[in-house]
Design a protein around this ligand. Structure first.
Ligand code: GSH
Length: 201
């Protein structure tokens, strides 16, 4: 199994999940500017959109999109407990959180990382991100988990995105509950191992 990643990008979420699950996999770095892997292979042949993450199974099948990849990893390793059982209400709560992270929170950051975005677009994006951070800080006050009562792939995905404000000069000190939440997740051995493997530790 191969996971295609770019250091610090949203692909860090499935990278952490695979390590939490103790899965046997190879992390393949992709240069997002050239769409080439470290070995010089064409990443567009794996994911025509050129975006990471992509997960390729040993049988040649591929999956893209974080929520799908994260749930696949969780479901392949049910004993690890990274997602509630299919059919349970808690499962839909998890899906709700993953959808929010992928379609709302992640997308709010996009202009901040886009080289061609105008100053106005970046300023508007910073406000949108800060609004999300304020709401998340309130939601996670006194709570350790983003979906349900146990650590899940939603926590992994949110943890990864909570690292991004630091890259774009958004001050996280205004969000103490998020700081405490992310600090606890950062102590997990699988998280440390993934950060180290991506050169981020
Ligand atoms: N909806 C996709 C978004 C993936 C995505 O935007 N990946 C970024 C890194 S966080 C990327 O590869 N960007 C390169 C590009 O857009 O060219 C998912 O959830 O997997």
């Amino acid at each position: 199994m191969q996971l295609f990643i770019s250091p610090g990008a949203c692909s860090l979420a499935p990278h952490i999940a695979l390590r939490e699950a103790g899965a046997d996999f190879e992390a393949v770095k992709v240069d997002l500017a050239t769409r080439k892997t470290e070995a010089g292979d064409d990443f567009l042949a794996v994911n025509p959109s050129g975006k990471v993450p992509a997960l390729t199974l040993d049988n040649g099948q591929s999956l893209t999109e974080n929520p799908a990849i994260l749930l696949y990893i969780a479901d392949q390793n049910p004993e690890v407990g990274l997602a509630p059982a299919e059919g349970s209400f808690e499962r839909y709560q998890l899906l709700s959180r993953l959808s929010f992270l992928g379609s709302e929170f992640h997308k709010a950051f996009v202009p901040l990382f886009a080289p061609g975005a105008s100053d106005e677009a970046k300023a508007a994006a910073a406000v949108a991100v800060e609004n999300h951070l304020a709401a998340l800080d309130k939601e996670l006050t006194g709570r350790d988990h983003f979906a349900g009562d146990s650590f899940s792939v939603a926590d992994i995905y949110l943890f990864v995105m909570l690292g991004w404000p630091g890259y774009v000069d958004i001050d996280m000190s205004a969000y103490p509950a998020l700081g405490a939440y992310a600090g606890k997740i950062a102590q997990r051995p699988a998280v440390g191992a993934a950060l180290k493997a991506e050169g981020l530790a």
